[in-house]
Design a protein around this ligand. Structure first.
Ligand SMILES: Cc1ncc(COP(=O)(O)O)c(C=O)c1O
Length: 369
């Protein structure tokens, strides 16, 4: 008999770029009895999820608020495949790895994509967005709110009115920001805003909340992608017609996670993430470490930490995992080997977890806390 891998039995403290830890309530929800995708009990849960997704996005009542079956990447595909007709032009604001992915996803749908590149580690200047739009008419402007590859938060609220004035559709990736920092689809008047389950909301990956404006659906082509066609998703989620077999355990988990977000309150949740972030900045300073982005650009839920010279960064991460049971992330692309990424998201964003990761880093680096 071939040796089989076994299921995990020990806890890991997930402080990487996602997934974040799931609470015991969310974990328990996953083992509730299975229901079919058209079971009346499941459909009632979907109604709740639609309402709660609208609440956490602060979306207007006329937005379609559902969850795409799939991870954040599927939600990116949903945004692009439902909006783009060949020949459309898109301004993609690229401040890191995920902005570049967004640009590529729009290009694959046949759009002409112009990239506004920003140095990794900085947020985009709204004036640069304004300049990019002066001589060109874009059908769509797409950007990432919380850039997970660099730990930067982009000023969506300042860019939103510029996009609206130019009459373009506005697509915002809130994968790492939702549930951790203010996201306000109503104030932004944004057209497609999507997130994921596994970061600020504290659910497992696999169902990705999305908010779609009526404007985004007017005159939209038939989606090039059947699985995430907005019209089909609406038929299933709202009119209860079969489209795909949504995973009931993931619905239970997302329903529970969203309930926890709403019980805590968005303001309190954002404040908790801010407090944990500040505790981390202070704790890291105590062992001679600092964050990569300047303070005014930082995303509190994803902390990019400069790796000191001469450190075997992979060995440090391996030691954190094996000796301390803590996962942190590596750098991506040009930041590989230059930063670690410490996520403080969802139920992981506590000062207790900050103390644990700072103490573990101090031990692994041989520094006195
Ligand atoms: C900003 C951002 N967008 C999109 C994604 C893609 O999400 P997923 O990995 O869930 O497919 C991620 C994942 O980390 C992300 O951080």
């Amino acid at each position: 008999v071939a040796l089989m891998a076994t299921l995990p039995t020990t806890d890991r403290l997930l402080l990487g770029p996602g997934p974040s830890p799931i609470s015991s309530r969310v974990l328990a929800a996953l083992s509730s009895p299975q229901r079919s995708h058209l079971d009346p009990e499941l459909l009632d849960l979907l109604d709740d999820v639609r309402g709660m997704v609208g609440q956490v996005f602060r979306a207007p009542a006329d937005h379609l608020t559902v969850a795409v079956s799939g991870t954040g990447t599927a939600a990116m595909d949903a945004a692009a495949s439902n909006l783009v007709e060949p020949g459309m032009s898109v301004l993609a604001i690229v401040t890191g790895y995920f902005g570049e992915r967004l640009a590529q996803i729009f290009a694959r749908q046949g759009a002409y994509v112009e990239r506004l590149h920003v140095e990794w580690g900085r947020s985009v200047d709204p004036a640069a967005v304004e300049r990019a739009m002066v001589d060109n008419r874009f059908d769509i402007v797409a950007m990432v709110h919380g850039e997970t590859s660099t730990g930067v938060c982009n000023p969506v609220a300042a860019i939103a009115p510029l996009v609206r004035r130019r009459d373009a559709l506005f697509v915002v990736d809130a994968v790492t920001s939702l549930g951790t920092v203010p996201v306000d689809v109503t104030a932004w008047d944004a057209d497609v805003v999507y997130s994921c389950g596994q970061k600020g909301l504290g659910a497992p990956p696999g169902l990705s909340p999305i908010s779609v404006s009526p404007r985004a659906r007017r005159g939209a082509p038939t989606s090039h992608n059947f699985a995430c066609d907005f019209a089909q998703l609406e038929a299933f989620w709202v009119r209860r017609q079969y489209h795909h077999t949504i995973s009931s355990p993931l619905v239970y988990a997302l329903h529970t996670a969203l309930s926890e977000v709403i019980e805590e309150g968005l303001d309190a949740r954002w404040a908790r993430h801010q407090t944990a972030h500040q505790a981390l900045v202070d704790g890291l300073a105590g062992i001679g470490l600092e964050l990569f982005p300047d303070p005014q650009h930082r995303l509190v839920s994803l902390n990019a930490v400069r790796i000191p010279p001469g450190i075997d960064e992979k060995a440090v991460r391996a030691r954190l995992l094996s000796r301390h049971g803590i996962e942190i992330g590596a750098g991506l692309g040009p930041l590989a080997g230059r930063i670690w990424r410490i996520g403080l998201m969802g139920s992981g964003a506590t000062t207790g977890n900050v103390q644990r990761v700072v103490a573990a880093l101090a031990e692994a680096l041989g520094r006195k806390p």
